[in-house]
Design a protein around this ligand. Structure first.
Ligand SMILES: Cc1ncc(COP(=O)(O)O)c(C=O)c1O
Length: 369
């Protein structure tokens, strides 16, 4: 006997990246920050007392919201705290889309979006990204024609790292008649010289929701804390109606607040990641991989053309992924259109990246037998 709703019975759940138990694995598969959270976060954790857990936490994480509002120069009601970015995505869908409604999703992108759509019984309209992973010029028209209630764009894009300008996003926001989610999970790794800023769009448009997470830039993926930024009218139904009453816990509120206040220290790690991203990009390109310009903490590497001359299984991205795995290095292989000939590699520490490059070079060497 099955008690699930029919659409739950038929759907496939989200497949998380592998989280191996062995500590010595070089883990470059789930875009975690290779550096630990800052000293201020460690101190805030040390200062948490079991006595503090006796009471319920601040329902809306007010201290965090004040800190984030000050940082973004917005009001506290322009910020919604959530249990990771994933909870915000679920909240957006359950708040703004009925079962049977359509959601527009840039394709390919974060594979959780269609899973959440399935849970809510929504249809999806896939909007194909350009050759360079940019949003098509008529993104908003395509989403409107599909009757989409919500559109999802990741910027910088995952899994390529391509960055759309805020002017392009502004055009989409202006022309799209539903809610535009700009998922900025990887925003902290953008080169500051590019002066990218999509938060300003939340001041201009009441249909823009920007997703920020503490998981990547602030090295707190294990904490589960993220926040949304948007117009008060957009956030109000989620803040006061659909959110779980205590959706973020005391410890995560405390550490996330400390992390955001100490962002100057976190920024030193972002700069280190950017420097290593450049080194990896150069080394992979020299090996013949094609890598677009990534503004994220990962690189999407397309298999070298000359690898076509290599023997059998070594020819393919899947084989390379498996060979690295057998050497204790985990990267990400996606068995889906446009990505099967590519590998997504999270930028690690200098030492991890050196080991990755060494292992890749060995795997690409033509066999001598
Ligand atoms: C594009 C994108 N959006 C959102 C998230 C959600 O991150 P979290 O739930 O850890 O905040 C991720 C996580 O990998 C992601 O890749």
């Amino acid at each position: 006997m099955s008690y699930e709703r029919a659409n739950i019975r038929e759907m496939t759940g989200y497949a998380s990246g592998e989280q191996p138990a062995q500590p010595d694995i070089i883990k470059l598969n789930t875009n975690e920050n290779p550096y630990p959270a800052t000293a201020a976060v460690a101190e805030a954790l040390r200062n948490c007392r079991v006595e503090d857990l006796r009471r319920y936490p601040s329902p809306l994480a007010d201290r965090f919201r004040r800190t984030a509002a000050e940082y973004h120069q917005l009001e506290i009601d322009n910020i919604i705290p959530t249990n990771g970015g994933d909870e915000l995505l679920r909240l957006v869908i359950t708040t703004f889309a009925n079962a049977g409604d359509t959601l527009a999703i840039a394709e390919p992108s974060y594979s959780l979006y269609p899973v959440l759509a399935d849970i809510q019984g929504c249809k999806t309209a896939r909007i194909m990204l350009g050759e360079d992973w940019s949003n098509p010029e008529d993104f908003a028209d395509q989403a409107n024609r599909a009757g989409a209630r919500i559109a999802f764009v990741v910027n910088p894009h995952a899994p390529s790292g391509h960055l759309n300008s805020s002017a392009e996003l502004s055009r989409i926001a202006e022309n799209f008649s539903g809610v535009l989610v700009i998922d900025e999970a990887y925003v902290d790794f953008i080169d500051p010289e590019l002066r990218y800023d999509a938060v300003e769009l939340t001041r201009k448009f009441d249909n823009v929701l920007v997703l920020r997470t503490m998981s990547k830039g602030y090295s707190l993926a294990g904490l589960r804390f993220a926040y949304g930024i948007g117009a008060q009218s957009l956030l109000a139904p989620m803040l006061y109606k659909t959110r779980d009453s205590y959706n973020t816990d005391y410890i995560s509120q405390t550490l996330a607040t400390a992390a955001l206040q100490d962002r100057a220290a976190a920024a030193l790690n972002w700069a280190k990641v950017r420097a290593e991203r450049l080194r990896l990009h150069r080394a992979l390109s020299e090996m013949g991989f094609y890598c677009g310009n990534s503004q994220s903490n990962f690189i999407l590497a397309q298999i070298p053309q000359h690898a076509d001359a290599l023997a059998g299984a070594e020819r393919h991205a899947l084989s390379l992924y498996q060979q690295l795995k057998s050497k204790g290095i985990l990267i990400r292989y996606f068995d889906q259109p446009r990505l099967r000939d590519k590998l997504r590699i999270t930028v690690g520490t200098p030492d991890q990246n050196t080991q990755l490059l060494l292992a890749l070079r060995q795997s690409l060497q033509p066999s001598t037998d």
